[in-house]
Ligand binder design. Structure first.
Ligand SMILES: [Zn+2]
Ligand SMILES: [Zn+2]
Length: 239
């Protein structure tokens, strides 16, 4: 039995932070863009090249590199902005100011058309994605995933070999670890994920080898946590 894949994905790194903006194209050609953080021309060109018509804008969280071009993409496509969770309001309201702190005059504050809650469903022209609320990096962070395709867009919750920063206002390390073990791991070891930065991986690989959240560190699923490592884990932890 052969099945047509439910959608195609293209990753378009944007901004000086090389944030993994993703285009998700349904077989109909309708598409969602996840985390358009900047470089709207580059995103629109990539969409055109894959013959994709953007009808949804989905945000994992309110950081400048993830949401900075959301309003501009909305103006160009008419697509509504869905997500993140409403606890991200304070981040979405300081996108322009945040870019200025990096000396960059770009990006725009953002007002979503729809806030997301844990357990919500997103629709891309008949293809269904699910939402989980995953605070810790930021309080209103969400992940977006498709169970059938075994693929998740996790923003800055988890990276290949690392996890998101928690030193921002309202960031919290223990909350982030709880989001990862409580919301991500139960989706299954074979779930592949697109992180907000860097290469893709699977939850299973991170449960084995990620120095921050391997089972041997968290004690997840009854694995005995080893003694605290002599040196703190290293790994690039992104904005
Ligand atoms: Zn980021
Ligand atoms: Zn972030």
């Amino acid at each position: 039995m052969s099945e047509t894949p439910p959608f195609a994905v293209q990753i378009v790194p944007v901004t000086p932070f090389q944030q993994n903006c993703s285009l998700i194209r349904a077989p109909s050609g309708k598409a969602a863009v996840v985390d358009p953080g900047g470089e709207p021309d580059k995103i629109m060109a990539a969409a055109k090249k894959m013959d994709a018509d953007i009808i949804k804008i989905w945000l994992t969280h309110g950081h400048l590199d993830h949401a900075g071009a959301a309003e501009e993409i909305k103006r160009r496509t008419g697509a509504p902005i869905e997500g993140p969770h409403k606890e991200e309001t304070f981040w979405l309201n300081q996108i322009r100011e945040s870019w200025r702190k990096f000396g960059i005059e770009d990006g725009e504050d953002c007002t979503p058309d729809r806030w997301l809650e844990d357990g919500d469903t997103l629709d891309l022209d008949g293809v269904e994605f699910k939402v989980a609320h995953t605070p810790g990096h930021t309080p209103g962070h969400v992940i977006i995933y498709n169970e059938a395709a075994r693929l998740a867009f996790v923003g800055d919750v988890l990276f290949a070999g690392s996890i998101g920063r928690t030193d921002f206002p309202r960031g919290d390390h223990q909350t982030l670890i709880a989001s990862i073990t409580g919301k991500l791991w139960p989706l299954g070891d074979d779930m592949r994920f697109v992180p907000g930065h860097g290469p893709m991986s699977t939850f299973g690989r991170e449960r084995q080898a990620n120095p921050f959240v391997a089972d041997s560190v968290t004690g997840y699923a009854g694995v005995k946590a080893s003694a605290a490592p002599s040196a703190p884990p290293t790994g690039k932890r992104w904005m």
